[in-house]
Design a protein around this ligand. Structure first.
Ligand SMILES: [Zn+2]
Length: 83
C-alpha cells in the first residue's frame, strides 16, 4: 500500500528502508528508486522533496512526478531471506 511522499522527510527516515515510486505526469513512465541511490549522490540528510527536484524522467526528461513511498516492496535483487 503506497503512502504519500510526505511520509518521508529526510532520506534517512525509517533507516532508508523504503522504496520511492515515481510516476511521470507527462508520459506516465514509472520507476522505483531506493533512497540509497539518491543518498550516494546527495547525502542522507537531504529531504525527499529536495532529492526529487533533482530527478528527471528517463523517458521524456520531464521533472513533473507523482511520488509515492512503499514500505512493503523490495526492489529487484534484494534478498529478504537469504539462505
Ligand atoms: Zn516522462
Amino acid at each position: 500500500m503506497p503512502l504519500p511522499a510526505s511520509s518521508i522527510d529526510k532520506l534517512s527516515d525509517h533507516s532508508g528502508s523504503y522504496v520511492i515510486c515515481i510516476a511521470c505526469r507527462r508520459c506516465t513512465h514509472e520507476r522505483e528508486i531506493v533512497p540509497k541511490s539518491l543518498a550516494n549522490i546527495l547525502g542522507w540528510n537531504v529531504t525527499l522533496k529536495q532529492a526529487c527536484t533533482r530527478l528527471r524522467c528517463s523517458q521524456c526528461q520531464a521533472r513533473d512526478f507523482r511520488v509515492e513511498i512503499a514500505f512493503n516492496r523490495k526492489p529487484r535483487g534484494w534478498k529478504s531471506n537469504p539462505s
